[in-house]
Design a protein around this ligand. Structure first.
Ligand SMILES: [Zn+2]
Length: 286
């Protein structure tokens, strides 16, 4: 099968084949192709003027993601369960292993927020590549649990309507493909209604439950939870409890970013203030 013809960069093939009759419409004269190229360049520059793009990590203009900020997701995959304070308080199970692609602070926080809630859907590729690459490298050197399915942490209906998309879905799919297992959506999330007698912290937390309809996981299945950000770990713990009632074993969680311990957040903020002259209000534990 011949290589696909790129009309913008390659010379039309028939120009080198004198015996072949000229094609009527598929080839584009070189001058016309150049004009089209100029037009595309012009439109790109116009787009930057009308809708200026900037690096979500540092605000550098006219760059979708600068090299320095991209480094925050360059790995390696890290175990973070020791810095997730509420991971084990809903059950007597041992601490759940949690692997994180990056830290939810500094430029990485800007990346996640822009991707989730500020319309930077293009960053899906960045997170997908980072998660798959780091997971692959990690599994080449370290033990990783045997997994039968990826269960993404659910977004609430309100969040899905607000974003207009399930931002986690394409990344979960890529991670599952890397592990050669299916993505199974069995969890739902909703705001807590009965708040009597709960602490302020618990009132703010959502309820994670098994979906009443749809796919089910057979008892004994080994599950890897998948989420964008882990802060307290309460929702991961709730997911493990919910799946446990179905007889599934949650063997760990993979997250794109983990909130670091408060002391580290403050150190990163101070460093950023020194570099940029202004700080970012990054919360630590909540
Ligand atoms: Zn940047």
């Amino acid at each position: 099968m011949p290589a696909p013809f790129d009309r913008f960069t390659a010379a039309p093939p028939h120009r080198h084949m004198a015996a072949t009759p000229p094609l009527r419409h598929s080839a584009m004269p070189a001058g016309q192709a150049q004009n089209l190229l100029n037009l595309k360049q012009f439109l790109k520059e116009l787009e930057l003027l009308v809708m200026p793009v900037e690096c979500p990590g540092c605000g550098l203009h006219d760059v979708e993601l600068c090299g320095e900020c991209a480094q925050w997701l360059s790995g390696p995959l890290r175990r973070v369960e020791q810095q997730v304070p509420r991971l084990d308080d809903l059950s007597d199970n041992p601490l759940l292993p949690v692997w994180a692609v990056g830290e939810y602070t500094g430029p990485a926080r800007g990346l996640v927020v822009s991707w989730k809630d500020r319309g930077r859907e293009d960053l899906t590729t960045v997170f997908r590549k980072a998660a798959v690459t780091q997971l692959r490298h990690h599994r080449q050197s370290y033990l990783f649990p045997i997994v039968d399915a990826i269960v993404p942490m659910p977004s609430s209906g309100k969040s899905l309507r607000h974003r207009g998309r399930d931002h986690l879905a394409p990344v979960a799919k890529a991670v599952a493909a890397e592990l050669q297992v299916p993505v199974v959506r069995v969890l739902s999330k909703r705001a807590r209604r009965d708040q009597v007698g709960l602490s302020a912290r618990a009132r703010g937390e959502a309820v994670i439950r098994l979906r009443r309809s749809g796919k089910r996981l057979a008892p004994g299945r080994r599950v890897l939870l998948f989420d964008d950000v882990v802060t307290t770990g309460a929702t991961l713990a709730a997911a493990r409890d919910a799946l446990g009632t179905q007889g599934c074993e949650v063997v760990g969680a993979l997250v794109l970013a983990a909130t670091p311990p408060r002391v580290k957040v403050e150190a990163v903020n101070s460093l950023q203030m020194l570099r940029t002259g202004h700080g970012e209000n990054v919360s630590g534990w909540v």
